[in-house]
Design a protein around this ligand. Structure first.
Ligand SMILES: NC(=O)c1ccc[n+]([C@@H]2O[C@H](COP(=O)([O-])OP(=O)(O)OC[C@H]3O[C@@H](n4cnc5c(N)ncnc54)[C@H](O)[C@@H]3O)[C@@H](O)[C@H]2O)c1
Ligand SMILES: [Zn+2]
Ligand SMILES: [Zn+2]
Length: 361
């Protein structure tokens, strides 16, 4: 059997997205069909639409989602129909060299559904990050479904599926922020704001938010930033050093994805400190740094894919913290919108008007 559902499709480079009817197959072995309840609009969806990821149009966009499992294919035992799940783009394989070494959060061979979803004329769709959740239903690998407490709001829970997890994980997993650390976060959109919340959860003593937009700095304060710097008016590196006794922060998280902000992060950290790059650069960007500074300042320069998260470990834990009132996921939801408003949400994102627009179905 197949299912005809409404979904948001990007047909060509830079062209506005369109609401289309798509065909979703019943789950085969190892797959799950999920009825989507909410899906956040992430910058990466816009990257796809602009052809910045690859040219495999048409894309089925959307990948920060929560929903309910409708049916599962043969051999699926981890999730069952009726389960409330967050979709993830790291369904670990258990077999690759990273998994075999006990580091599944680096898994190099993650699973997606084998069967293809298509347009009504049979054209195969490329689901964003192997998910494709701006749709009433989507087909994923069962391992992409992580069961969490069903009392959580779907709009908030879904955000853990990408950007918010990436930010929290950049702080707690990749940056290894600990009690008493000083942290600076450059770029306070959805991802950077989450890095601030994550640093707070980890017990950072000082959390400095840096952005060029005062609106973002206001939200950063609500999520636990102890200091804010508008780097349009002030030199970010000097400001961070001033706020840290002249030394720089223990951990600096770059959540913009540009060479100039990476350089700020590099020089705004203390000796032996850590830089985490969680912002995603574009292919033409280049970085130039004196190699002697890279050596001489010591410490660690790391990048963070999906916050080095392990969905089965991190999603249920963060949802529990959310339900206990210790992690304000609702603060990331600026607005809820309908499925046909994704293009408008891209525009608002482009103008910096939102932390997250979330499609609610
Ligand atoms: N590593 C991952 O796994 C992962 C996952 C999701 C998103 N991302 C990436 O993280 C980045 C941020 O995503 P987002 O959803 O928060 O985007 P966003 O557009 O909501 O936020 C970007 C923020 O950076 C600020 N900014 C822009 N230029 C700046 C500058 N020169 N100095 C300081 N601040 C500046 C903007 O004002 C904005 O607040 C993007 O590159 C996105 O692709 C990475
Ligand atoms: Zn693996
Ligand atoms: Zn994303």
């Amino acid at each position: 059997m197949t299912h005809q559902v409404r979904a948001v499709v990007a047909r060509g480079k830079g062209a506005p997205v369109s609401l289309e009817t798509i065909i979703v197959p019943d789950p085969g072995p190892g797959e799950a069909l999920v009825k989507i309840e909410a899906c956040g609009v992430c910058h990466t969806d816009l990257h796809y639409r602009e052809g910045g990821i690859n040219d495999d149009f048409p894309f089925l966009l959307g990948h920060e989602a929560a929903g309910v499992v409708e049916s599962v294919g043969e051999g699926v035992t981890d999730v069952a129909p009726g389960d409330f799940v967050i979709l993830n783009w790291r369904a670990v394989c258990g077999q690759c060299r990273a998994c075999l070494r006990g580091r599944p959060w680096y898994c190099f061979d993650t699973h997606n559904a084998k069967q293809k979803m298509t347009l009504t004329d049979g054209t195969e769709l490329s689901p964003a990050l192997g998910i494709g959740a701006f749709a009433e239903k989507t087909l994923v690998a069962a391992g992409q479904c992580t069961k969490v407490d069903q009392t959580a709001s779907a709009a908030a829970a879904g955000l853990l599926g990408c950007g918010v997890m990436a930010g929290i994980g950049a702080a707690i997993n990749t940056g290894n922020v600990g009690r008493g650390d000083s942290v600076a976060v450059i770029g306070c959109g959805g991802v950077g704001a989450a890095a601030i919340a994550g640093s707070n959860l980890a017990g950072a003593a000082k959390v400095i938010a840096v952005d060029i937009d005062d609106r973002k700095l206001e939200t950063a304060k609500k999520l636990g930033a102890t200091h804010t710097v508008n780097s349009k008016d002030a030199d970010a590196v000097e400001a961070i050093r001033e706020l840290t006794g002249g030394f720089g922060a223990d951990v600096v998280i770059e959540a913009v994805g540009r060479p100039e902000t990476y350089k700020q992060a590099f020089y705004a950290r203390d000796l032996a400190g850590t830089v985490v790059l969680v912002g995603v650069p574009t292919p033409e960007m280049k970085l130039e740094l004196p190699l002697l500074d890279v050596f001489g300042r010591g410490g660690a320069l790391k990048s963070s894919w999906y916050g080095d998260c392990l969905p089965s470990r991190d999603f249920p834990m963060l949802i529990d913290l959310y339900l206990q009132g210790r992690l304000d996921l609702d603060a990331f939801v600026t607005e809820t919108i309908a499925l046909d408003e994704v293009e408008k949400a891209f525009e608002r994102m482009h103008h910096g008007d939102v932390l997250r627009s979330v499609v609610v179905l």
